[in-house]
Each structure stands twice: as structure tokens, then as C-alpha cells.
Write a protein that binds this ligand. Structure first.
Ligand SMILES: [Zn+2]
Length: 141
């Protein structure tokens, strides 16, 4: 299957430029350049040998070494070996997840802040919790 440049771009962005199997950072310019730093290729989440299709939403960016090592095994079994349960998030989903974490962090900060410093502490604790929550990488959950 030939992919257009746009399709390759979409696939790369879908996992925030990380390998969907090991979450390692990939280099866009090293697409299909085996042996280069961050080299990657498009991977069929369901191997064609197992009835996988070429539909675009089944295609993911993967390190060339991950992809070759995967063979006909399932994505799930490869990710679980590394303690991962899903593909890295796309940029949009990451930002939404980070906002939720900021909200959660803010709520968590209110009580300890208030206990330490009273009402101004509650505001401070909420702000600090929100910043810390937002800084976390949602892929590391
Ligand atoms: Zn990988």
C-alpha cells in the first residue's frame, strides 16, 4: 500500500511522534530509513497475516526494530511486555488529558494548602496542584 505524504504525517502525529509499541521518540525525517536515529515505519496494528486491513486508523508509527521484532504477534502482547497498555496519545488528546490532570491537581492542592496557610493557602495549593498536574506526561499513567 502506498501512503501519501499527508497520510504519513497523520499517522506520525497520531501518537505524538512516538513509537506506538515502546513509546520511544521517533524522527519524522527518518521515515523508512533503517539504521538512522529514530528511524520508523508504518505498522499494521493487526498484522495483515491475521486479517488486518490497510485502513488508515489501523496504521501506527513504530520503530523499525519494534516493527520487525513484532512479526505476527499482537500489539497488545508487545505493549504488555513493556508494561504499556495503549499507544501514545495524539497531541489533541494529550492536551485534554493534561487539563483534566490540572483540574485534579488543583482540587488535591486545596485542602493541604488551606491546612498550612488558611484561605490564601487553599488558593496557592490549588494553583500549585494545577501546575504540577498539567506538567505530568499523561502517557505515563
Ligand atoms: Zn519502538
Amino acid at each position: 500500500m502506498r501512503l501519501t505524504e499527508d497520510q504519513v504525517n497523520d499517522i506520525f502525529d497520531r501518537t505524538s511522534s512516538k513509537c506506538h509499541l515502546c513509546h520511544k521518540k521517533l524522527s519524522f525525517k527518518n521515515y523508512a530509513r533503517y539504521g538512522k536515529q529514530g528511524a520508523w515505519e508504518v505498522e499494521h496494528s493487526v498484522p495483515r497475516a491475521c486479517g488486518g486491513s490497510d485502513r488508515l486508523n489501523k496504521l501506527y508509527a513504530a520503530c523499525i526494530s519494534c516493527n520487525r521484532a513484532k512479526g505476527a504477534r499482537t500489539t497488545r502482547s508487545i505493549r504488555l511486555r513493556r508494561g504499556l497498555t495503549r499507544a501514545p496519545m495524539s497531541a489533541n488528546i494529550r492536551e485534554a488529558a493534561k487539563r483534566w490532570k490540572a483540574l485534579g491537581g488543583g482540587l488535591l492542592g486545596i485542602v493541604p494548602g488551606a491546612m498550612l496557610l488558611g484561605p490564601p493557602g487553599a488558593v496557592l495549593g490549588a494553583a500549585l496542584g494545577a501546575v504540577l498536574g498539567h506538567e505530568q506526561d499523561p502517557d505515563n499513567d
